[in-house]
Design a protein around this ligand. Structure first.
Ligand code: 48F
Length: 270
């Protein structure tokens, strides 16, 4: 019995890890924007792996505001909550409140149910950089980083990578800092987050959700941090819509790449 328990877990985990050494989309960060992107991409039939360094995905959503476990969502994003059967209450005008524990667990459930694989306790420390394109991730156990241990990582190849790491936009910082490149931002570099301005931040989160370098997309607060826009606090419509948008952009990009390969018009790396 003891042996069955251990070998079952080891066999099942390692087959999951091996099956995901090459994916369509690798997502860094299990915050709301990353989880929503994972859901829509997996639902569209893409092979998706999401890496989260903490034990539980959900990012900054669990704690609501100052640990009051409620978040605010605008009317524009209700279709996403409806699709995931997430409950909400009308507060006033176009604003709705949602229990943040209910929402965080629902996003995780629906992303995995749609087929996305979530690897928790896993930190991304670098990317694979091939032919001037981000082509994968360099992964390691989160405790290895926390303990400061000198342990070499493993590698996962991906046709597209999403930086959904939130306020720190860690992946964009790493790519820009190491490779002497220009990003698709107004300055060509990582511009950094500005102070809080709710309305503007919510709008620009969606505008700034884009491919910032070949193969590298940004979502959620990482999108605003990369392009120098504002933070917004505990309102989450922009995060949900950003996740939906980045999934749409990547689906379009991957199908364009597939068409080019099919027609053989141009040689591209896929
Ligand atoms: O910050 P986070 O929740 O990302 P988001 O989708 O949402 C932002 C909101 O929560 C909130 C806000 C509200 O409107 O402003 O802040 O932009 O989640 C980011 C996740 O990425 C993980 C981190 O632990 C968190 O759960 N993460 C960050 N860097 C890495 C990482 C890394 N290098 N490797 C793996 N996970």
């Amino acid at each position: 019995m003891e042996q069955i328990v251990s070998s079952g877990i080891i066999d099942s985990y390692f087959s999951k890890l091996k099956e995901n050494l090459s994916v369509d989309v690798a997502i860094v960060g299990g915050g709301p924007s990353g989880l929503i992107a994972a859901y829509y991409l997996a639902k569209a039939g893409k092979k998706v792996a999401l890496y989260e360094r903490k034990l539980a995905p959900g990012g900054g959503m669990w704690g609501g505001a100052m640990m009051f476990n409620e978040i605010m969502v605008q009317k524009d994003a209700l279709h996403i909550l409806d699709e995931m059967t997430i409950d909400y209450k009308h507060y006033r005008d176009d604003y709705y409140t949602v229990d943040s524990v209910h929402a965080s667990s629902a996003l995780t459930y629906f992303a995995t149910k749609a087929g996305a694989r979530i690897f928790n306790c896993t930190s991304i420390e670098d990317v694979v950089f091939h032919n001037n394109k981000v082509s994968g991730l360099v992964i390691n156990w989160a405790p290895v980083h926390r303990e400061g241990m000198h342990v070499d990582p493993l590698i996962v190849m991906a046709r597209a990578v999403i930086d959904g790491t939130g306020h720190d936009c860690e992946i964009v910082h790493t790519v820009a800092g190491k490779n002497d490149i220009k990003l698709n931002t107004p300055s060509g570099g990582v511009m950094g987050e500005r102070s809080l301005s709710v309305e503007e931040a919510e709008r620009t989160t969606i505008e700034n959700t884009k491919e910032v370098f070949p193969g590298l997309f940004v979502s959620g607060m990482a999108a605003n941090g990369t392009s120098g826009s504002y933070r917004m606090g505990p309102i989450f419509g922009g995060m949900l819509l950003s996740g939906e948008k980045v999934a749409r952009l990547i689906i379009k990009r991957l199908s364009a790449m597939e068409k080019v390969v099919e027609t053989g018009k141009r040689k591209v790396e896929v």
